[in-house]
Design a protein. Structure first.
Length: 304
């Protein structure tokens, strides 16, 4: 049986995202929060345009004229992604990193519930079980080894780090929902062409939005964005490729399924830590990984 294209796109998106995050660590000491975000969009637009052009030349197709509703939904998706990123990073206080990261991983469950309400997406009971199990596995991996007891985790749910983490998850979930809602507003019949065009347009809007803020509030940081172009261009390229794959997934399958399968990102992170950084896996890592894999398998079986 052939693997569905949306599964391949989602797995590839998770891989690109992990790779981009690893490279972006090099920029943390050179760029401010807003500048580091801008490079994703600024340097991602040219790469996105190349991907879009190559696909269009290979397949043809017609997009039609984007309407006001489409443009508003894409702008909202871009703005929500910016807010989500800032909320997540702001949760990384002295004791908030693990909790903020863990609670941001509720994104898959939040996206599933919102998609049912706003988009009318229907999921099988098996798929719901898989979403919950995979999200639990990701949260467990995020918190494992942090010295937090079950009681501390429960108490942490009302702390700023957890609230910001859940807020970030909500923003990321709504980014996917807005993108999915925008697709029908384009007249094109090819869902992949819609996805690629939407990514390029959203990244261009994000460059203007966060780039304008950077120019107004941190003008000196603008020069750093261009001074670090060698590293920044790599981050932008990986971001564009990852976003293209995510949006193709959203165009071909329900948002809930894409986000649930996308939890394999944390498995790539573990693999990167093991094989590139030489870190040894702990028993808790193996248990968490098994939970994630089990949940993803159930999601896939429930989508058949």
């Amino acid at each position: 049986m052939l693997i569905p294209l949306w599964v391949v796109a989602t797995g590839t998106a998770a891989l690109f995202q992990t790779w981009r995050t690893a490279l972006q660590q090099r920029l943390r000491g050179q760029l401010s929060l807003n500048a580091a975000a801008v490079v994703r969009y600024l340097y991602g637009v040219p790469v996105g345009l190349v991907i879009l052009a190559l696909y269009w030349l290979a397949t043809g197709g017609w997009l039609g004229t984007p309407g006001v509703t489409y443009l508003l939904l894409v702008a909202l998706a871009g703005l929500l992604q910016i807010f989500g990123t800032n909320l997540l990073i702001s949760s990384f206080g002295p004791r908030g990193f693990a909790v903020g990261t863990a609670y941001s991983k509720t994104e898959a469950i939040q996206a599933s519930l919102i998609a049912v309400i706003l988009l009318g997406e229907a999921l099988s009971p098996l798929a719901w079980k898989g979403i919950i199990i995979s999200a639990a596995g990701v949260m467990y991996l995020s918190l494992a080894g942090r010295g937090l007891t079950a009681g501390e985790v429960l108490r942490a749910t009302v702390q700023p780090a957890a609230l910001r983490g859940m807020g970030a998850g909500f923003c990321f979930a709504m980014t996917a929902i807005c993108a999915r809602a925008a697709y029908p507003e384009l007249q094109a019949s090819d869902p992949i062409l819609k996805a690629l065009f939407t990514v390029v347009l959203m990244n261009a809007m994000q460059t203007l939005m966060q780039g304008g803020w950077l120019f107004a509030k941190e003008r000196q940081a603008v020069f750093s964005v261009f001074r670090t172009w060698r590293s920044s261009a790599q981050v932008g390229a990986l971001s564009a490729c990852g976003s293209a794959c995510w949006f193709i997934g959203f165009a071909l399958a329900p948002v809930a399924l894409v986000r649930a399968v996308g939890q394999v990102e944390i498995l790539f992170t573990l693999a990167f830590s093991r094989f590139f950084l030489g870190e040894r896996m702990k028993g808790s890592d193996v248990l968490g990984a098994l939970l994630v894999v089990s949940g993803v398998v159930l999601v896939l079986l429930g989508s058949l």
